[in-house]
Design a binder for this molecule. Structure first.
Ligand SMILES: Cc1nc2ccc(C(=O)NCC(C)C)cc2n2c(-c3cc(OC(C)(C)C)ccc3Cl)nnc12
Ligand SMILES: [Mg+2]
Ligand SMILES: [Zn+2]
Length: 344
C-alpha cells in the first residue's frame, strides 16, 4: 500500500503563517503537547527553518513539507507512541540544539544536528503500541524480519524512515553531497537504533565513563555515545515537564502497556507485572523508572551541559509526587479505587 499526501495539505503547510507564534517555544519549560494538533507540522517546519537547515542544505520547502506530512501519516493512533510523541521528542531535540549551542560549541556538525532532528521525528514511526519482547513472543512479521539482530521495533522505524526518504518528492537529503548523504544515513541508523531500551542500558555505562573522562569533541566514539544519550533524553523529555504532563504521559504509557498485557493474557501467556493491570502499581513503577533510568541519564546530561540541571530538579520534584502518590494509592486501593484520577 502506498501512503498518499494530498497536494493541498502540502500547500496548507507551506502557507502556515508565523501568526501562531507561541511564547517561550524555545524554552525548556515549554510543553510541546500543548501545541494545537493541527499546528504541529507547521512548528516542525519552523524548527528546521530557524535552525538554518533549509538554507544550509538547500532543502526545498515543498520537499520538507511533504516529508513532514508523510512522517506524520506514518504514525499510528497508539495511546502513547503516536505523532504527538514524535512531535514532542523532536521539539526537545530542537531545544537542546538551541539552548546547549550544540553546533556553535562544536558538539555536533550542522549535518549531525539536521540528522538528529530528523531522527527524533522518525524514531518511532509505525509503532504498534507493543514492545520488542511482544514481537518475538508472538512471532509477529516484524520479529520474523528483525529478531535475529534484536531491536526489532527500532529496525522497523528505521526501515520506514528510509522508505519515506526514498519516496518521490520526500528526500530532504537530496541536496547533500554523496559523502554527506552516506554519513547522514549512518547517523540516522545509529540514532534510531539507540532508542532501544536494551542498547541504552549497554551504552549508559560508557556514557558515564565518557563524561568522567571529559568529552572529546573529536573522538568518533564519544560523538556516537553523545548522539545516543541525546536521543534517549529526547525520548524521555516528558519527564522534564510539569507534573500534569508527566502524569498524562504515564496514563498513556500504561494504557499501552496494559493493552499489551490484556493481549498476552488472551493469547495464553502471562504478562510481566508492568503490563498487568491487575498487578501493576503505577507510582511504584514510575519511582523505579525515574530512579534507575531517567535521573542517571539527565544527571549525565547536566554533567556535560550545566544548563540541564534545572531539568534534573524538575525530574526529582516529579519523583517526589510519585512517592506521595504511592501512599495515596495504598490507602485508596484498599478501598478498591485503583485509578490515576485520584492524583491531583
Ligand atoms: C514514563 C515512562 N515509563 C516507562 C516505564 C517502563 C518502561 C519500560 O519499557 N520498562 C522496561 C524495563 C525493562 C526497563 C518504559 C517507560 N517509558 C518510556 C520508554 C522508553 C524507552 O526507551 C528509552 C527511551 C531508550 C529509555 C522505550 C520505550 C518506552 Cl515506553 N518512555 N517513557 C516511559
Ligand atoms: Mg521507540
Ligand atoms: Zn519514543
Amino acid at each position: 500500500y502506498h501512503m498518499k499526501v494530498e497536494a493541498e495539505a502540502v500547500q496548507t503547510l507551506l502557507n502556515c503563517r508565523d501568526d501562531h507564534n507561541i511564547k517561550d517555544f524555545d524554552q525548556f519549560h515549554f510543553s510541546p503537547r500543548n501545541v494545537p494538533y493541527r499546528h504541529m507540522p507547521c512548528y516542525i517546519l519552523k524548527m528546521f527553518d530557524e535552525l538554518g537547515f533549509i538554507r544550509y542544505y538547500r532543502i526545498k520547502r515543498t520537499t520538507l513539507a511533504r516529508f513532514i506530512l508523510f512522517v506524520k501519516k506514518g504514525y499510528r493512533d497508539a495511546p502513547y507512541h503516536n505523532w504527538i510523541h514524535a512531535f514532542s521528542v523532536a521539539h526537545f531535540g530542537y531545544l537542546m540544539i538551541k539552548n546547549f549551542n550544540l553546533v556553535k560549541d562544536g558538539y555536533m556538525t550542522q549535518l549531525h544536528a539536521l540528522v538528529f532532528l530528523v531522527s527524533c521525528l522518525c524514531h518511532d514511526i509505525d509503532h504498534r503500541g507493543t514492545n520488542n519482547s511482544f514481537q518475538t513472543k508472538c512471532g509477529t512479521v516484524l520479529a520474523s524480519l528483525y529478531s535475529s539482530e534484536g531491536s526489532v521495533m527500532e529496525r522497523h522505524h528505521l526501515a520506514q524512515s528510509m522508505c519515506i526518504l526514498n519516496t518521490d518528492g520526500c528526500n530532504i537529503f537530496e541536496g547533500l553531497t554523496s559523502e554527506e548523504y552516506s554519513e547522514a544515513l549512518d547517523i540516522l541508523r545509529n540514532n534510531i537504533l539507540s532508542t532501544d531500551l536494551a542498547s541504552h542500558f549497554r551504552a549508559a555505562e560508557n556514557q558515564r565513563e565518557m563524561i568522567d573522562q571529559g568529552y572529546d569533541k573529536n573522538d568518533p566514539k564519544h560523538q556516537k555515545l553523545l548522539h545516543a544519550m541525546l536521543m534517549t533524553c529526547c525520548d524521555l523529555s516528558d519527564q522534564t515537564k510539569h507534573w500534569r504532563i508527566t502524569k498524562k504521559t504515564a496514563e498513556q504509557i500504561y494504557d499501552e502497556f496494559f493493552s499489551q498485557g490484556d493481549l498476552e493474557k488472551s493469547m495464553g501467556t502471562a504478562p510481566i507485572e508492568m503490563m498487568d493491570r491487575e498487578r501493576a502499581s503505577i507510582p511504584d513503577l514510575q519511582v523505579q523508572f525515574i530512579t534507575n533510568l531517567v535521573l542517571p541519564l539527565f544527571s549525565n546530561l547536566a554533567a556535560l551541559f550545566p544548563a540541564a540541571q534545572i531539568l534534573v530538579d524538575v525530574i526529582m520534584k516529579n519523583r517526589e509526587i510519585w512517592k506521595m502518590a504511592k501512599n495515596v494509592f495504598q490507602t485508596y486501593s484498599e478501598t478498591g479505587v485503583k485509578c490515576m484520577d485520584i492524583l491531583l
